[in-house]
Ligand binder design. Structure first.
Ligand SMILES: Nc1ncnc2c1ncn2[C@@H]1O[C@H](COP(=O)(O)OP(=O)(O)OP(=O)(O)O)[C@@H](O)[C@H]1O
Ligand SMILES: Nc1nc2c(ncn2[C@@H]2O[C@H](COP(=O)(O)O)[C@@H](O)[C@H]2O)c(=O)[nH]1
Length: 196
């Protein structure tokens, strides 16, 4: 189990975290660790596929490695879900806000490969989530949230810990992801201060 790794994909809303996790699943068969939330499902989001959707009271029944409040809703990830994913593959992914990524880095050390995703122009994130079909009112609430502003910039705690990955151009992002996965799987590691 010590050689198992979890790729923690983090960054601001709409930056492409879920898209990246899906690519790693499709290309490298890395299962995504499902997390729990009390927010309402978006169109096409299914319970047990996108998230475990919870009520305020059912949320409290799980045992969390870490839990946060994000834009007014609860989110949490459990040890059980991580172990379940590691039973399927030694390399798995999880999509977290930066507070969760900091906890993963602290709790799991080198087993957590933290990938901080950025875009050059954060204004484009509004377009991206609108294209995704999010309700404009919810988008506004999200963009105005302190969590969104916080997650646009690499937190101090993740400096020299996280790999920074620009996701402006999807073709380039895939190339950088392939290089990162290859390095991690072969036990090499890129300097974390280098932007990809
Ligand atoms: N490089 C890219 N160029 C253009 N659009 C992209 C790119 N990467 C992802 N997208 C699109 O941006 C939208 C948001 O992506 P995604 O849902 O992966 O973001 P996210 O970071 O997981 O967001 P959230 O934290 O709000 O769930 C999607 O419609 C996705 O297809
Ligand atoms: N710290 C945690 N962050 C989580 C968890 N599950 C999801 N997330 C992050 O929350 C925001 C909002 O997600 P959305 O799906 O409502 O857009 C985003 O940054 C997710 O990565 C979790 O269990 N812990």
């Amino acid at each position: 189990m010590k050689n198992n790794k979890v790729f923690v994909i983090t960054g601001a809303t709409g930056v492409g975290k879920t898209t990246i996790a899906r690519y790693l699943q499709d290309t490298y068969r890395m299962p995504r660790v499902l997390t729990h939330t009390t927010r309402v499902p978006r169109e096409r989001e299914e319970n047990g596929v996108a998230y475990y959707f919870e009520t305020d009271s059912s949320f409290e029944e799980n045992h969390y490695l870490e839990r946060v409040q994000y834009a007014g809703h609860k989110y949490g990830s459990s040890y059980e879900a991580l172990e379940r994913a590691w039973k399927k593959n030694a390399y798995v992914t999880i999509v977290l806000d930066t507070a969760g990524a900091i906890t993963y880095a602290r709790e799991l050390g080198d087993q957590a490969v933290i990938v901080f995703v950025t875009v050059t122009h954060p204004d484009m994130l509004i377009d991206r989530v609108q294209v995704r079909g999010d309700d404009p009112l919810i988008v506004k609430q999200r963009i105005d949230s302190p969590e969104f502003l916080r997650d646009v910039t690499l937190p101090r705690e993740l400096k020299n810990v996280a790999y920074e990955l620009a996701n402006d151009d999807w073709a380039k992002t895939k190339v950088h992801l392939d290089l990162l996965v290859s390095d991690i799987m072969s036990g090499r590691s890129l300097p974390k201060k280098d932007k990809m």
